[in-house]
Design a protein around this ligand. Structure first.
Ligand SMILES: C[S@@+](CC[C@H](N)C(=O)[O-])C[C@H]1O[C@@H](n2cnc3c(N)ncnc32)[C@H](O)[C@@H]1O
Length: 197
């Protein structure tokens, strides 16, 4: 099982954004949506062994976190507008109150940010995707469940880095150049595919 956790430092937790100007009105939720696509969708299919968490830290209602499970999600399409619709509906259907709420097959929302995700993910080996980490190609990865955490266009703040350090996360780089978050997810997914893990 592979999990990707994307921290949206300003991604709106309210679902209030304009479809016609997603980058300009959503706190760059578009970055997170592309990560979701890269983690969950293959050509003509959905990865059954992948789970994505989007951590929404921006605006009204924040923090909230969205979980999408490849094994059970339905009608997942690759275009950003469809993915944005899925996120908006999930946020709108999420009731007040604590805990994780399943809002439709394969999609759940929780109040809370990274701590809520850590609690929900359970036991797994944590990896921080960071340009300064060990080369992914050389790294020995856990044979069990794995969680890969990455930032949005703004990177990760000190509090998040401290929280994942406390989890014992190993830092991994996918290459020497800082690339877009969704490209990082694609490279990691490809490496896991090649290793068959
Ligand atoms: C667009 S980058 C962030 C750039 C931001 N300006 C910064 O300085 O952190 C988004 C995220 O992708 C991940 N990332 C980008 N390039 C990477 C690389 N070569 N190896 C591992 N992770 C990378 C990091 O988690 C980063 O927070």
């Amino acid at each position: 099982m592979r999990r990707f956790v994307v921290i949206g430092s300003r991604a709106v937790a309210s679902g209030r954004f304009l479809y016609q100007d997603l980058p300009g009105t959503s706190g760059r939720l578009d970055v997170l949506l592309r990560c979701m696509r890269a983690a969950l969708l293959v050509s003509h299919g959905v990865r059954q062994d992948a789970v994505v968490y989007l951590v929404l830290l921006g605006g009204y209602g924040a923090p909230r976190s969205l979980r999408v499970e490849g094994a059970s999600v339905r009608y997942l399409r690759p275009d950003e507008r469809s993915l944005a619709t899925l996120v908006r509906k999930a946020l709108e259907e999420h009731p007040e109150g604590p805990g994780v709420t399943a809002v439709r097959p394969g999609v759940a929302v929780a109040r809370g940010g990274l701590d809520a995700v850590i609690a929900d993910a359970g036991a797994c080996a944590w990896y921080l995707l960071d340009e300064g980490g060990e080369d992914l190609r050389e790294a020995t990865l856990s044979a069990g469940p794995k969680a890969f955490l990455l930032g949005d266009h703004r990177g990760l703040d000190e509090a998040t880095l401290a929280r994942v350090a406390a989890l014992g996360a190993s830092a991994l780089r996918v290459g020497p150049v800082s690339i877009h978050a969704d490209d990082v997810v694609a490279v990691v997914s490809n490496e896991l595919d090649r290793r068959g893990v």
